[in-house]
Design a protein around this ligand. Structure first.
Ligand SMILES: O=C(O)CCC(=O)C(=O)O
Ligand SMILES: [Fe+2]
Length: 340
């Protein structure tokens, strides 16, 4: 593995809660400062659960397009469901990202207070009934979503430690969070070296972007293709798949909290493996009413770089910027795109 790749970090000390935890905190602090990316092994999510969620995901994407379109994300207003491959005319300059997706969150009823208030990312799920095992799909996705929230809270506790804060510092943030599972399918694509050299996105599964929230935890299959920008060596480096690991990366909120001490780094996907790729990012963005402000100890002489903003305002604003067409730009024209 390239030594410039993000580090692989063993999470077992978190559960052991013994003296090895200090070393874990140190490794995560360094990864957050240098990369904003790391791979986490020995976490609490069983391999069987990961395998099941990938299996149900591929069964959904195997359905005919017109069936998948019945669950289109653009209908219903809650941003859940199917997002098709970018239509070719979506961008003038390029063919658009070569992936299709399916969004799931906490399945909230329409009379939930946050849903009534139209808080960002809160609402009911869409569950496909045409998959081979609809009940299994629903159960596996819901259980996995809950397990991912638990792991996200654990990671946020360690991140609090890395900043010299109390373990429960992010407790309010983690309560009733915006949290989205994004099932992704990247068809295999032609390797188009000239496109890659020109830096256009015609050859990309997902164009270079940063994620918007607090942390993203990504499960990827063994295909490979995810790359992250290494600020120190000024190059794109692969994030080589490690079986069962989560690729954890910091979203934009982490830069706002830490006044840029921690990085929210650019990443992209190029699937030239010759086979299909499946990945499942989980975006953890916190309670919509929580205010993100510079953390104690992170102000510099100039004070905070970013004004306080609520999770709802930040997420809705980023989303409108990147999906909006008011300035005539399509999503693929932006560097910061659809990471929730
Ligand atoms: O599929 C991947 O490996 C990355 C996906 C991603 O970066 C995103 O959905 O924001
Ligand atoms: Fe992303």
């Amino acid at each position: 593995m390239n030594p410039n790749e993000p580090p692989i970090i063993d999470f077992a000390p978190f559960y052991a809660n013994d003296s090895t935890k200090e070393d874990l905190i140190h490794q995560i602090r360094r990864a957050c400062e240098q990369f904003g990316f790391f791979q986490l092994i020995n976490h609490a999510i069983p391999t069987e659960q990961q395998t099941a969620v990938l299996q149900h995901s591929s069964e959904f994407f195997n359905l005919p397009l017109e069936t998948k379109e019945k669950y289109n994300q653009a209908t219903g207003g809650f941003n859940r469901g199917y997002e098709r491959l970018r239509p070719q005319n979506f961008e003038k300059r390029t063919k658009g990202d070569l992936k299709e997706g399916f969004y799931l969150g906490q399945d909230l009823p329409l009379d939930d207070a946050y849903v009534v208030q139209r808080r960002f990312g809160q609402g009911p799920n869409k569950y496909p009934s045409e998959v081979p095992d609809p009940k299994g799909f629903r159960r596996v996705m819901d259980e996995y979503h809950d397990a991912m929230i638990e792991l996200a809270v654990a990671i946020m506790q360690v991140i609090a430690h890395t900043l010299g804060l109390n373990e429960d510092f992010f407790g309010d943030f983690c309560d009733h969070p915006v949290s989205i599972l994004r099932l992704l399918h990247y068809p295999s694509q032609e390797a188009d070296a000239s496109d890659l050299e020109r830096g256009t996105k015609a050859g990309l599964g997902i164009g270079a972007h940063t994620d918007f929230g607090a942390i993203t935890m990504l499960l990827q299959d063994d295909t490979g293709g995810l790359q992250v920008w290494n600020n120190l060596s000024s190059e794109w480096v692969d994030v080589t798949p490690v079986p069962g690991a989560y690729v954890v990366n910091l979203g934009n909120m982490m830069m706002r909290w830490t006044n840029n001490r921690y990085l929210s780094n650019l990443h992209r996907v190029i699937n030239t493996s010759g086979k299909e790729r499946y990945s499942i990012p989980f975006f953890f963005s916190g309670n919509p009413n929580h205010t993100i402000r510079c953390l104690p100890g992170c102000e510099d002489e100039e004070s905070a770089r970013y004004p306080p903003i609520t999770v709802h305002e930040w997420m809705a604003g980023r989303y409108a910027d990147t999906y909006g067409t008011s300035d005539g730009k399509a999503i693929g024209d932006m560097r910061q795109e659809p990471g929730l």
